[in-house]
Design a protein around this ligand. Structure first.
Ligand code: TRP
Ligand code: ZN
Length: 877
């Protein structure tokens, strides 16, 4: 157990930095075992801070070799080292040049934060607090400086040396060394610093901005990966053009570099002019990448590029404001992807993702507002709430004020805050001032955790031809926030007539009817809306396009069936089908728990047949509609989840649908057989998704041979993997053959091998835990590589609820063992993996006790990282 209690950082304690750093001059002498970093900081007292505030420089694991102030060596007596590795300089002048030289060991850096090596090359990751692992610095985002970086290294070791900004000279050094200088003209916080060096090759292209600036685009990869960068480069160019067109935002340097690395904690990082990417979000070929991978690349490339303005030019004052850049940038990348493909399908996928990850978080022990009030380890707050719910809140504002005012608001936000570190209030006030709409009430969405529950009740008066719709909201309590207030909820809606046609709507007091979707603002615990001149009892269609991140509850089943067929809004059509199926499935789960036989609701088979019959128009939408609600989604609807019963029910239904609809499924499957080359346009992706959805039902009904045939014949990873994942649920010899063939073919490709691990970790077999333990000991398993660790441990704990929650508790024990082993290597990834154990309150008492025991075991581990400590201790509270 930790003896020192880690410190809690509070938003209310914010104080401006004591000193500002106008310029940073870095000289980095690269060596895997002993890199020397010499920093020259032009410091001055911040007029906005207390005049006697100490000069504190963050540091973490640095060996100080020398410190000088204005040229004079600082005596040891003026240097005070904190227990966390920081350095305080006594009696600081009002302004001066501080020079420090430190030594670090990149090859020993397994946390992958700061400067580290991967495959012999050097990479940095500084967000959130990694720069302090490179040099002594006030490592907080409200200290913005102009950087000049000179990198020195052996020519053979590092032929390529990159940093932020534009290149500014290079030359020979001593012996076989050389140096390269980079100058970033834009002031930036330290978390956006980057350095990449080593043996890298580049794929080059260029982009001409709308004002005629020529930008050199480069993707830097290891030799052999050059031919897998085309899609990333295309996505980058499309992102650059889109941001100019939609937001008028243009790139602001001569070069844009992307470096791909296979050891990386997250998806990618938006360092100014030098994005660093997990290879997963750069490299793709038809044989090795699934359609989901292609879409992931497009999204993440766009996301990081869009940060250039929302994050880099305008940055965060402190880490509590993280959603200022992340929520807004996710919103922007969602809009970009919607414009590149099908808006409706994109929205469905985003909502599916929000519900799978954010809703459970908001209902669990780590529930926090989009703008948190406190943290122990900021790494733990790069969450679905900050990212995805944050994007939903930006979308609420967009919905409330409309796209034109939103665009003016963005212009104003950037004009007012360029080159500054600001807060969420600065964003909201720009939107408010540009639109003239009072948004002060919307701040509640940033400050209150939990998912509001909305119910609707309608009353129709045929005499008066009047329809009164009463909406109510209520938010369950979350840790630290027992009382919840009502939030302003924009509810996009319409009314359908008994024939299914959209009825024009006119609210009492309005002069004219509105023909299509309108927005009601529910800004109280309860509010009624009166519609006049309603000719027949209407069916309300609510929450069109998922206009707010809420749970709409209590819609009766007959209405769901009606809306699933008739609504004009594709999201509500999809949603109603899903909610209908979920309601049937939850009833079956209850039956299963009572030991009763599982029946079958023929309406589900009917819906599948109808979806298949109409699938030609939009195969991607049909594929989304065909997939039954996921196990996690169902568990999240239950007070106390029953993962095994949920799994049994979902499996039963898939098999039953597969049998009853076999002919139609098979006909669609055959009709969609691919001919010609692999293409990744929306329609082709949709056709593959639909075909594989059909295959999944057929395989569930016993058609293993069909899956095996597809696996053997597949020429692209989407079809190959879809078939393999179905085979992995089976017990016959085809399974072992296919897994062995896949391993033999792809053992040299890390990204594909990750999929091989994941598929087995998520398989629906009784012996999965034994297999997962065996895979953990497999020679290709590597706990140090975050992608690989996630592909096995994360996939099992989050992607296989029925087996993770095995009544024996073995799944929990495996996860705790893995977390304890990983924590000293990479505390940030270990802390992320703890998550599933924190859901114990939503499990049965017996499971909950087993989960708590494992959490306690994690917590009792000596020298636990503060991130893992925070997750495990909050989960146990
Ligand atoms: N800012 C990055 C993004 O959203 C996220 C990120 C990348 C990150 N690497 C990290 C966050 C390491 C914390 C730690 O695009
Ligand atoms: Zn981001």
């Amino acid at each position: 157990m930790r003896t020192d209690m880690p410190v809690t950082i509070r938003r209310s304690d914010y104080a401006p930095p004591a000193f500002l750093v106008d310029t940073v001059d870095l000289d980095v002498h690269l060596d895997p075992a002993a890199t020397e970093v010499r920093a020259r900081l032009a410091l001055r007292r911040n007029p906005a801070a207390a005049p006697d505030a100490p000069l504190l420089l963050d540091g973490d694991g640095l060996t100080l070799l020398e410190a000088r102030l204005d040229g004079a060596v600082l005596a040891a007596g003026r240097l005070q080292f904190g227990p966390d590795g920081s350095l305080t300089i006594a009696d600081p002048p009002a302004a001066g040049l501080l020079e420090t030289t430190v030594r670090i060991a990149p090859e020993k850096n397994t946390a992958l934060s700061g400067l580290y090596t991967s495959g012999g090359n050097f990479y940095t990751q500084c967000e959130a607090e990694g720069f302090r692992r490179i040099t002594f610095f006030p490592d907080r985002p409200d200290v913005m400086s102009r950087y000049t970086v000179t990198i020195h290294a052996d020519r053979g070791l590092c032929p390529v040396m990159l940093s932020n900004g534009n290149p500014d000279g290079s030359g020979h050094g001593e012996g076989n060394t050389h140096w390269v200088r980079w100058v970033d003209p834009h002031p930036k916080p330290s978390y956006l610093f980057a350095l990449v060096a080593g043996e890298l090759v580049n794929v080059h292209d260029q982009f001409v901005t709308k004002s005629g600036r020529l930008v050199s685009l480069n993707i830097w990869v290891r030799r052999g990966d050059e031919d897998r960068c085309g899609h990333a480069m295309d996505s980058l160019k499309r992102s650059m053009a889109w941001d100019e067109e939609v937001f008028g935002l243009e790139y602001d340097l001569d070069v844009f570099n992307i470096a791909a690395v296979s050891d990386f904690n997250m998806g990618a990082m938006e360092n100014k002019g030098l994005n660093v990417f997990n290879t997963k979000y750069v490299l793709a070929s038809p044989e090795s990448a699934t359609d989901g991978d292609w879409q992931g690349i497009e999204t993440v490339i766009a996301h990081e590029y869009f940060h250039n303005w929302t994050g880099n030019r305008v940055t965060c004052r402190d880490w509590f404001q993280l959603s200022l850049k992340e929520g807004l940038t996710v919103f922007r990348d969602q809009e970009f992807s919607a414009d590149m493909g099908s808006r409706a399908v994109k929205r469905i996928r985003d909502v599916r993702g929000l519900r799978a990850a954010q809703f459970p978080e908001d209902a669990g022990p780590m529930a926090h507002p989009v703008r948190p009030d406190s943290y122990i380890e900021i790494d733990n707050f790069y969450t679905p709430t900050v990212y995805q719910k944050g994007a939903e809140v930006v979308r609420l504002i967009h919905t409330r004020i409309g796209p034109a005012a939103f665009r003016r608001g963005m212009d104003l936000y950037i004009a007012r805050n360029d080159n500054q570190a600001v807060t969420i209030e600065d964003f909201v006030s720009a939107m408010q001032d540009a639109s003239g709409v009072d948004l002060s009430f919307f701040m509640g969405w940033y400050d209150q955790a939990g998912t509001p529950e909305v119910t609707a009740e309608g009353r129709y008066d045929p005499e008066a031809r009047r329809y009164v719709l009463t909406l109510r909201q209520q938010t369950p309590p979350t840790p630290g926030q027992p009382e919840k207030k009502p939030l302003p909820i924009p509810l996009a809606m319409g009314l359908l007539g008994p024939d299914g046609a959209e009825m024009p709507t006119r609210l009492a007091g309005e002069n004219a009817a509105q023909a299509d979707t309108r927005i009601l603002i529910l800004d109280n615990a309860e509010k009624s809306f009166t519609f006049e001149e309603v000719p027949a009892p209407p069916v309300p269609s609510l929450l069109r396009g998922f206009s707010a991140p809420v749970r709409l509850k209590g819609v009766p089943r007959d209405r769901l069936r009606f809306l699933a067929v008739h609504d004009t809004d594709p999201f509500v059509r999809w949603e109603s089908g899903q909610q209908y199926a979920a309601s049937v499935m939850l009833e079956m789960v209850a039956a299963q728990q009572r030991g009763e036989a599982l029946g079958f609701d023929p309406a589900l088979a009917e819906a599948v047949t109808n979806t298949l019959a109409a699938s030609e128009a939009d195969p991607a939408f049909a594929a989304e509609a065909l997939v039954l609600p996921g196990e996690g989604f169902l568990a999240d609807q239950m007070e106390i989840a029953d993962p095994v019963a949920i799994h049994v029910v979902r499996r039963h239904l898939r098999a039953e649908i597969g049998r009853r609809c076999a002919a139609a499924l098979r006909a669609t499957y055959d009709a969609l057989a691919e001919s010609g080359p692999y293409r990744i346009d929306g329609r082709s992706i949709g056709r593959r998704a639909l075909r594989n959805a059909c295959l999944a039902y057929l395989a569930a009904a016993g058609e293993t041979a069909l899956a095996k045939a597809q696996f053997d014949a597949a020429t692209n990873m989407t079809d190959s993997l879809a078939a393999l994942s179905l085979l992995s649920d089976t017990t016959g010899p085809e399974r072992e053959q296919a897994l062995a063939a896949f391993h033999a073919r792809w053992r040299g490709d890390d990204l594909v091998l990750d999929k091989w691990f994941s598929i087995q970790a998520m398989a629906a077999r009784d012996d999965v835990i034994d297999q997962v333990r065996a895979l953990y000991a497999h020679p290709d398993f590597d706990l140090k590589n975050p992608n690989r660790a996630r592909s096995l441990i994360g996939a099992f704990a989050s992607g296989n609820p029925a087996r993770f929650h095995d009544a024996s508790g073995e799944g929990y024990r495996f996860l705790a063992d893995a977390v304890i082993a990983l924590d000293p290597i990479n505390g940030s990834i270990a802390a992320r993996l703890v998550g599933p154990l924190g859901q114990w309150r939503r499990q049965s008492a017996a499971r909950g006790a087993l989960m708590r025991r494992e959490l306690q075991r994690v917590l009792d581990t000596p020298a636990l990282s503060k991130g893992t400590f925070e997750k495990a201790s909050k989960a146990l509270l």
